[in-house]
Design a protein around this ligand. Structure first.
Ligand SMILES: [Zn+2]
Length: 79
C-alpha cells in the first residue's frame, strides 16, 4: 500500500500552493494567516445553529407528557 504524503496545500485565503515546509503552513504568508484569523474573529464564518433543537423539543414534550399524566392520571384521588 502506497501512502500519499501531503507535502503541499492550497492557502485557505488566496489559494496559493503552500509547501509543508513553509513557516506559515497551511497559509502562504503571515498576512493570509491573519486574514483567515480575522474572518473567524469578525464572524466571517458564521455557523448557524438551528433554534429548534430536536433534543430540546423532545425534553419539552416529555415535560408536557408528565404534566398531562399528573392531571388525568389518577381520577380516584379527586373523588
Ligand atoms: Zn495566501
Amino acid at each position: 500500500m502506497a501512502t500519499k504524503k501531503i507535502s503541499s496545500l492550497r492557502c485557505p485565503s488566496c489559494r496559493t500552493l503552500v509547501l509543508k515546509s513553509d513557516p506559515y503552513f497551511p497559509f502562504c504568508s503571515e498576512r493570509c494567516r491573519l486574514i483567515d484569523l480575522g474572518k473567524w474573529a469578525s464572524g466571517g464564518y458564521v455557523i448557524s445553529t438551528p433554534i429548534n433543537d430536536p433534543e430540546m423539543l423532545e425534553s419539552i414534550a416529555e415535560e408536557q407528557a408528565k404534566e398531562d399524566s399528573k392531571e388525568s392520571g389518577s381520577p380516584k384521588d379527586r373523588a
